[in-house]
Design a protein around this ligand. Structure first.
Ligand code: ADP
Ligand code: MG
Length: 397
């Protein structure tokens, strides 16, 4: 896979369609929850501007059903204006309208255009050729700086780069190169921590890790599903019945390949997610009425020890229902162990995983914080992504 990145080519005085991931959360006061995703794209924006580029930024936000103003990127445009005070940010509601076309035609060098939420167009999610033509028609070149959405076969990710010369941005480059470097020939012991809601979204990677990783420490719905498959009572906990067969096969592979799948030995249970207090129980004492909401303290000690000995660490997915502080201890424990390990290369990614640790100190002790959850897992699994393939096909023109 040979992608050309924007710092390796000369892109001068071009109209540039820049795909970013500004998928933030809009708060009730129409402000955005965090400008971290915006900040991370600034180096790419500045480099392209330096060479006289006229930038047209595009992103998705949330999962709107049609044009729903609650999912407008307008608040993002306002925040971007604060981050780039010497540019004028122009928000275009519909690039395809007469008004939009006029703005794009008259765009000055000191202006950056941000297009409205791509998912307001139904065609975005279907990799629609006509839509790709319309988007590519407004620019000379395309740059992808949205690693975190590059696992999707969406028009702005895989369709547009087939039509005009295409390059990778600096953030995308950093993600691709750092993650590849760490997981290609991982220093052993290689420990993967996998939590979160569903095993179904992660089982392909888990299978791929068999024989590669030394240990997979499990938590969340993933651990529940495996515990249940192994015959434990998990009560009313989150788990996936339909993954029973795959989970069984995974455990078989684990034995054959010498990759230990480590399960909690104790858990924190309650009646429901909003409970004020949880109760620690050994995994074989869980009752039919219990809901498992976190890993327990003994499990935490076992995981900590494995994490401290590791030389390569990958973490995705909280260990429990961290949104309630009562069930966040397991997730905190894993985080503390990772940052206490001074020698390992570590990668952490995932929307909720980052939300769970965002207010922490010492984030800089993690080698790489990925903007992508799903994309990061897919990239570790396959060493490529549809959006990267699309870039590689068309970056030499
Ligand atoms: P990420 O976004 O980091 O990839 P996921 O989307 O896979 O992570 O999962 C995060 C969600 O899983 C969180 O909302 C968390 O509350 C939930 N979760 C984790 N463990 C449990 C549990 N034991 N019971 C219910 N929900 C859980
Ligand atoms: Mg998530």
């Amino acid at each position: 896979m040979k992608i050309k990145y924007i710092d390796e080519v000369e892109i001068h005085d071009k109209k540039i369609l820049l795909r970013v991931d500004y998928n933030v959360t809009i708060l009730p006061d129409s402000k955005i929850d965090s400008n971290e995703r915006l900040k991370r794209t600034i180096p790419t924006i500045e480099l392209l501007l330096k060479n006289g580029g006229k930038l047209i930024l595009m992103s998705h936000l949330g999962r709107p059903q049609g044009k729903d103003p609650k999912f407008s990127l307008k608040p993002v445009a306002e925040e971007l204006q604060k981050l780039l005070p010497s540019q004028k940010i122009i928000f275009v509601e519909d690039f395809n309208s007469d008004e939009g076309q006029v703005i794009l035609k008259d765009q000055k060098e000191s202006e950056i255009v941000l297009l409205e939420n791509l998912r307001f167009y139904e065609e975005e999610k279907n990799n629609d050729f006509e839509f790709a033509k319309k988007l590519s028609g407004i620019a000379d070149v395309y740059v992808n700086d949205a690693f975190s959405i590059s696992h999707r076969n969406h028009t702005s990710i895989v369709g547009v780069p087939k039509l005009i010369p295409s390059y990778g941005g600096l953030l995308l480059k950093n993600e691709v190169q750092t993650i590849s470097e760490i997981v290609k020939n991982p220093n052993k012991p290689y420990v993967v921590i996998m939590g979160g809601a569903k095993i179904s979204t992660k089982i392909d990677l888990l299978e791929k890790l068999m024989g590669k990783a030394d240990a997979i420490l499990t938590g969340g719905g993933i651990a529940n599903t495996i515990l249940k498959q192994q015959g434990y009572v998990i009560g009313k906990s989150l788990y996936e019945e339909r993954e029973k067969k795959e989970t069984g096969e995974l455990m078989q592979l684990s034995k054959e390949n010498n990759t230990q799948v480590v399960l909690p030995v104790d858990v924190v249970v309650a009646n429901d997610v909003s409970a004020q207090r949880g109760e620690v129980k050994k995994v074989d004492n869980v009752l039919e009425d219990d809901v498992v909401l976190d890993i327990g303290p003994e499990t935490c000690e076992i995981y900590k020890e494995k994490i401290l000995q590791a030389n390569t660490i990958v973490w995705n997915g909280p260990m429990g229902y961290f949104e309630n502080p009562e069930f966040k201890r397991g997730t905190d424990c894993v985080y503390d162990a990772i940052i206490s390990n001074g020698q390992a290369a570590s990668i952490v990614g995932g929307g909720q995983t980052l939300a769970a640790i965002s207010k922490k100190d010492s984030l800089d002790k993690i080698t790489h914080i990925s903007t992508g959850g799903g994309a990061m897992l897919k990239f570790i699994e396959k060493s490529t992504l549809p959006g990267l393939e699309a870039l590689a096909e068309n970056s030499n023109s």
